[in-house]
Design a protein around this ligand. Structure first.
Ligand code: SF4
Length: 388
């Protein structure tokens, strides 16, 4: 235990389970969960969500290999785990207390593993104002983030937003020259010494590559007047220093109708556009804005007629209640209408809340429901998958 703690610069190692989690996160970052089946107990630890779930089951469960394909279990996959254990228990029904044990989460501290990814979402790079980096297992590499909203300004006020607006942001004006300098510096370092610099020196070798450059950040990236200049500068830097790395824009599409924004879209390889609702009323709730829903739909169609877009849709719960079937059907209808009017949707990403939301009533939607939503989209001939 002690050597692992020293190697990973752990602040604490609580037991062998978290030690295994730390080691796995470092040496096999593609692993999403651990199933530990021992002679006295069995445990499930998710590395994909911030909570690790631990349960105790019947003694004398024999070891068995999990079937291949169990690569991304969610907490619901505990059911699979239990069913496997039940099989090993000769089909004996499982005692209810085991299921109830799910209510006892233990915290998986990202600091244990010093594994950088979206789970802890730390933005590394010291004094940078605009450019940050996270290592993403999903992207299978370094995702270079661009934050053109250090002032934290956004024309949405999504209750699920994870930007901490209780502390003041920085200046509104984007210094494009400074932004370019930060981006070029990171792109150069990613080709060399970055991986010898803490905390990036702990990243698994197979993830030491730039996966993308993504305009995202602490607000809507298209709102600053300097957006177009920043987009052009980013494209030129990418072409020179990291050709082939996709340049992405994550946007709420509210400003696509503006000429200055629309012209700048050409500098991006991919547009990932938010659509969280199917009805006007739910749109105002889930995205916290008074902007008309129709504007979003019109803007998505406008651009999707010119080039394929990726749609990102976040679904959540309010006080434990998620969107009903009527809302989901309306959401599918909106997507279908875009396609029917000549828009191209490359694929739809269905996901949920992964980090602390601004509104404490908000919670994540269960995996099963997310899968049902993706299935509903596929029923309308859309390519859709759950990203959770
Ligand atoms: S659009 Fe993005 S940055 Fe703006 S409030 Fe919503 S989640 Fe936060």
């Amino acid at each position: 235990m002690a050597p692992i703690g020293a190697k990973t610069q752990a602040v604490a190692v609580f037991n062998e389970t978290l030690a295994h989690a730390a080691g796995t996160a470092h040496f096999a970052p593609e692993v999403d969960a651990l199933f530990e089946i021992g002679g006295q107990d069995a445990e499930y630890v998710s590395l994909r969500v911030e909570m690790a779930w631990k349960t105790w089951v019947q003694p004398r469960v024999r070891r068995r290999r999990l079937p291949s394909g169990v690569v991304a279990p969610a907490p619901e996959d505990m059911d699979l785990f239990l069913s496997l254990v039940c099989l090993e228990n000769n089909g004996n029904p499982y005692p209810p207390r085991v299921v109830n044990a799910r209510a006892a989460p233990i915290r998986y501290d990202g600091a244990v593993a010093r594994h950088l990814d979206y789970q802890d979402h730390r933005r590394e790079l010291d004094e940078n104002r605009y450019v940050y980096a996270v290592v993403s297992r999903r992207a299978r590499g370094l995702s270079i983030g661009v934050n053109l909203n250090p002032d934290k300004a956004c024309n949405f006020d999504c209750p699920y937003c994870q930007v901490d607006r209780t502390t003041p942001g920085g200046p509104s004006r984007v210094e494009v020259a400074d932004f370019v300098s930060e981006l070029e510096d990171l792109l150069r370092r990613a080709a060399g010494d970055l991986w010898r610099t803490p905390p990036f020196d702990t990243v698994a070798p197979q993830l030491r590559r730039v996966a993308d450059v993504a305009f995202a950040g602490d607000g809507e990236p298209t709102t600053p007047p300097e957006f177009a200049a920043a987009a052009r500068a980013a494209r030129e830097a990418r072409d020179r220093l990291a050709p082939g790395v996709p340049l992405r824009l994550l946007t709420n599409a509210t400003l696509f109708h503006k000429d200055r924004v629309r012209a700048a879209l050409a500098d991006f390889d991919e547009l990932w556009c938010k659509l969280d609702a199917g009805t006007e009323a739910y749109f105002h709730v889930v995205d916290g804005t008074r902007l008309p829903f129709q504007r979003i739909l019109d803007n998505l169609l406008l651009v999707a007629r010119e080039r394929p877009i990726v749609v990102q849709s976040l679904f959540l719960t309010f006080d434990g209640v998620g969107p009903d079937d009527t809302e989901i059907a309306a959401w599918v209808d909106r997507l279908s209408e875009i396609v029917a009017q000549g828009g191209r949707i490359d694929h739809v990403q269905v996901y949920t809340v992964a980090r602390a939301p601004s509104d404490p009533r908000v919670g994540p939607l269960g995996r099963e429901r997310l899968e049902a939503i993706a299935t509903a989209a596929r029923g309308a001939s859309l390519s859709a998958a759950v990203y959770a």
